[in-house]
Ligand binder design. Structure first.
Ligand code: ADE
Ligand code: ZN
Length: 326
């Protein structure tokens, strides 16, 4: 199978993966045992049986409670190391990975424990795994804006070791413009900016407009609804903005991978790339996503190569590092 062979050998960047969404059932159970956390599920099969989603909200209702097993600095290091090890095995050359500090600080885990645990894994990855890695701290849009402000303030001592900030969690009723001031402060602190515009959410085109015009993002996560707004798409293409698509995730959050929309972005010259999102929950890491999309959309080998190329061009790596890979 030539398509599978091409994907199997193709280096790429991962620009949209939530570290907490890489918590595989095996590690979940191991951390629960290590920390004495009582879970309702006792086996890998039982954990997997809870992974039934038909919306973003139904996914988040499983995703957040699982994080209770993440308690110590070592837990966060182990989580990130497990992901980066898988990424290395999938020829991921660079990974710009999300984490959700408020999902941990809100249950009493100090910000420093989370960040220092993750940084230990991220800063070892280039030497030990050959993966250039960086952290993107996401604000939870369904928490108060003041909590995002506090999270940004807590991050400032680490500003030179955190690449960017993002916006995730339940999008309904939580437009990007609500966070424009926090994002402006984050940019002042040297962070790159990205925002989730999840698939088919209420108000999605207005959210895309706000992300582009009010927040002035440096990238958009998901965002495929932009194909419905040609003037916004033209603006994004003109700015060379990256779009981080996640086909398998789309298939859970909606009922489709949104392959036609992803292909439309590709044809429009947008820097769209393919990513894992929450691979422990949605059934595949980067390569599984790329192959699934390639098959459903009947992509040519040149299209698949372009998607991988776009992942480097949409990354926030220094230009000379990007050039090495193209
Ligand atoms: N948090 C983790 N995964 C997410 C997604 N796909 N959308 C919004 N928030 C998330
Ligand atoms: Zn996401």
């Amino acid at each position: 199978d030539p398509l599978a062979a091409l994907v199997a050998d193709l280096p790429a960047c991962e620009l949209h993966v939530h570290l907490e969404g890489t918590l595989e059932p095996e590690l979940l159970l191991e951390l629960a045992a290590r920390n004495g956390v009582e879970l309702a599920t006792r086996t890998v099969e039982e954990v997997r049986a809870t992974h039934v989603f038909d919306s973003l909200a139904s996914f988040l209702a499983v995703y957040y409670p699982a994080m209770d097993v993440l308690q110590t600095r070592r837990d966060f290091t182990d989580l990130a190391t497990a992901y980066l090890t898988r990424a290395a095995a999938q020829d991921v050359r660079r990974a710009e990975v999300f984490f959700d500090p408020q999902a941990h600080t809100s249950r009493g885990v100090p910000f420093e424990v989370v960040v220092e645990g993750l940084l230990e894994a991220v800063e070892r990855a280039p030497h030990e795994l050959g993966v250039d890695a960086a952290l993107i701290m996401c604000f939870l849009r369904d928490h108060p804006v003041v909590s995002a402000e506090e999270t940004l303030t807590a991050s400032l001592p680490y500003a030179d070791r955190i690449l960017g900030v993002g916006l995730d969690s339940d999008e309904r009723g939580h437009p990007p413009a609500d966070f424009a001031a926090v994002f402006a402060r984050a940019r002042e602190a040297g962070y790159r900016l990205t925002v989730h515009c999840d698939i088919d959410q209420p108000g999605t085109l207005e959210h895309l407009r706000q992300a582009l015009e009010d927040v002035r993002v440096d990238r958009i996560d998901h965002g495929t609804n932009i194909v419905e707004a040609p003037e916004l798409l033209a603006l994004a293409v003109e700015r060379g903005l990256g779009f981080t698509s996640c086909p398998l995730s789309n298939g859970f959050v909606t009922e489709q991978m949104k392959a036609p929309e992803i292909v439309a972005l590709l044809r429009a010259g947008a820097k769209v790339c393919v990513n894992g999102d929450d691979p422990a929950y949605f059934g595949g890491y980067l390569k599984e996503n790329l192959l699934a999309l390639a098959r459903v959309a009947d992509l040519s080998p040149a299209d698949v190569v372009q998607l991988a190329r776009n992942s480097f061009e949409a990354s926030w790596a220094p230009p000379e590092r990007v050039a090495e890979h193209l």
